[in-house]
Design a protein around this ligand. Structure first.
Ligand code: GDP
Ligand code: MN
Length: 397
């Protein structure tokens, strides 16, 4: 589950990580109130208005703006709320902004220049350890840094059994070129950030930029956080942080129906039982010249009701030109699945306007094929994997 910047910062704050403070607002009036309240609490005279969407690169897309008075807070908020914000990470049409974060300006002038760093915590599956990735080159795309100046990215592996050890935190601060108060602040920052990552059961905390202010404070200006869905049961208070407006509506509906569905860009809908078979079916579609429109694992019970729900969800995507059903019948016998497909098809009548190719293999596969062939419906039944691929190619023309 992905979080908004303001939600990520709240979690960070609760673990003692210093953050750029802010108050979220969903209209320009409450944005002005938020700005006033923030000034009372932090003494800030300038504010940054930050669009809250699940995508990075907002600054470049015009979704992060500095306001130097309350009039500007109002006009900038008015512009940003409701806009379709386009960044390198959004779909081409952009993402609608429902909320802005009114944040204190932390780039104020002082004894030294503010400095931007990069820091993230994530799992290194290969090593079986957590990893802190950090760099002196903050504020820009870490992908670009990795490509152009890879020697400026540091990795610190952390054994989950010991956690981040004090010498490791000092090494991080040292490699970032810090000294004095900022050095100490950075060791505390990295330590609390790691703790937040572990205790919130996150799979990613990416802070870009981590800022050294002109008076040597270290704080998180941005926060990209992904929580592990499988651990949400331990964090009842995080469940409400999910913002369904940020997710694909088809995915939300499918998940509510208990289907494992991921929206993709292609033209061939697939309905499969088992994630492994679903993956190989997608490969097969690609090899036969099509592009999968989705990943859909209907799970163990491919009965008429589930098949119908599956068809309905796949057909919500207007790009779908054919549907490939690939079911392995083990405990669920193929003839029962075939009956489910026939019943679902009859029930949906002319809602189905694209050809359906069904490949059923396993227990009672022969009976299943017969059942479909005799149904007189526009369903092409095949037995072999390769045949299914050829049929997909054929119907796509
Ligand atoms: P992103 O573009 O989606 O990654 O959003 P960020 O939260 O990282 O903000 C983008 C940029 O806005 C930062 O890299 C900063 O340069 C700038 N910015 C953020 N906060 C402040 C602030 O308090 N004052 C000023 N002047 N600029 C800021
Ligand atoms: Mn950022």
């Amino acid at each position: 589950m992905n979080l908004h910047e303001y939600q990520g910062k709240e979690i960070l704050s609760s673990f003692g990580v210093r953050v750029q403070r802010g108050i979220v607002a969903d209209n320009h009036k409450s944005a002005v109130d938020a700005a006033k309240q923030l000034s009372a609490e932090t003494g800030t005279g300038w504010w940054v208005i930050k669009a809250q969407i699940h995508a990075g690169g907002r600054g470049k897309g015009g979704g992060v703006k500095l306001a130097k008075n309350l009039g500007e807070v109002e006009s900038i908020s008015k512009n940003i709320i409701g806009m379709m914000l386009k960044t390198p990470q959004t779909p081409p049409q952009g993402k609608k902004v429902h909320q802005v974060l009114i944040a204190e300006d932390v780039y104020y002038p002082g004894d030294s220049e503010p400095e931007e760093f990069y820091m993230s915590v994530l799992l290194n599956r290969g090593a079986g350890k957590n990893m802190i990735m950090y760099s002196t080159e903050g504020g820009m795309d870490i992908e670009t840094v990795a490509e152009e100046t890879p020697h400026l990215i540091f990795l610190e592996e952390v054994d989950p059994a010991t956690g981040l050890l004090p010498f490791q935190a000092r090494k991080i601060a040292f490699n970032l070129g810090l000294s004095g108060k900022a050095f100490k602040e950075m060791t505390k920052f990295a330590t609390s950030l790691y703790e937040a990552y572990v205790k919130s059961d996150a799979t990613l905390f990416e802070i870009n930029p981590v800022l050294k202010t002109s008076d040597d404070k270290i704080l998180a200006v941005d926060a990209k956080v992904t929580l592990d869905n499988n651990a949400l049961f331990r964090h009842k208070d995080y469940v409400d942080l999910r913002d369904l407006r940020e997710e694909s509506p088809i995915e939300v509906e499918a998940n509510a129906a208990g289907l494992n569905y991921v929206d993709l860009d292609g033209n061939v809908g697939c309905m499969v039982n088992g994630a492994g078979l679903a993956m190989s079916t997608m490969d097969l579609i690609k090899q036969s010249g099509g592009e999968p429109a989705n990943f859909l694992d209907v799970g163990g019970t491919a009965d008429a009701e589930r098949v119908e729900t599956g068809f309905r969800i796949i057909l919500k995507d207007p790009a779908v030109k054919a549907i490939l059903v690939n079911i392995f019948g083990g405990i669920v016998r193929c003839d029962r699945v075939a009956q489910g497909i026939v019943d679902a098809y009859k029930n949906m009548g002319d809602e189905i306007k694209v050809p359906i190719i069904v490949r059923l293999q396993g227990t009672n596969a022969v009976e299943a094929k017969e059942l479909i062939d005799k149904s007189g419906l526009n369903v092409i039944s095949v037995v072999e994997f390769k045949e299914a691929a050829d049929k997909v190619q054929e119907v796509l023309g």
